[in-house]
Design a protein around this ligand. Sequence first.
Ligand SMILES: [Cu+2]
Length: 246
Amino acid sequence: MRLSPCLSLALASGLASAVLAAPAAAAPADVNVGQGGDKFAPPDVTVNVGDAVTWHWVGGTHNVHWTSNPGGVKDSPFQSKGATFSQTFATTGTYSYVCTAHSGMKGTVTVVDAPAPAPAPAPAPAPAPDPAPADSTPQPVSGPEPAPSTSSPAVDAAAPTLGRVAFRRSTLRLRLSEDAKLVVRYVRVGKRAHAVGRRTLRARKGLNTISVRRWMRPGRYRVSIVAVDAAGNASQPARLKLTVRR
Ligand SMILES: [Cu+2]
């Protein structure tokens, strides 16, 4: 991890814990139901495992019905303005939901692992012992400088990043910042019954090309991809819509 000057200063002044304990990107989320018509706003939210999402009905009469539900959370009843509904997500994954009364009224909740705690700063090196007794001949200062300490255990607190995600001719292309497991979730759209799938793949740092033809039949899909590294850090999800052709 490269420290910015600002963060280095914070470490030096003992503010490290406060700075490094800053909240993760994901946090409990709120969604308005029926805002601006038959919509969920925002339609897509991301929370950490253990966090709750609360829906607030602001107009119309709608429900929350899950079409992809890896953690088995509950549907809401149909409700109207003033009502709320809250669910806590104990299982990572991409959850998709709709209002069963209004086609096209849909949203997702992406639940990611909380980031690993930041590593403690490495202890300062002990002062070097006095090189020689005072009455001995002064020794020339020579020899290699002590190497910077690399012995403290490296804790991988950095989440992988996904870049250049693209789809063409049944092949997903994406760039990874480090070796990671890819969790690919896909929902088939345009069908009355949603077909939901999930694949876990190993991928390498750099450019990856993944053929989806063996596991995705021709059709239109909404896909979300999360990269998880060996330390369990999860990337922000990449989402795309794609069409697998015959
Ligand atoms: Cu509705």
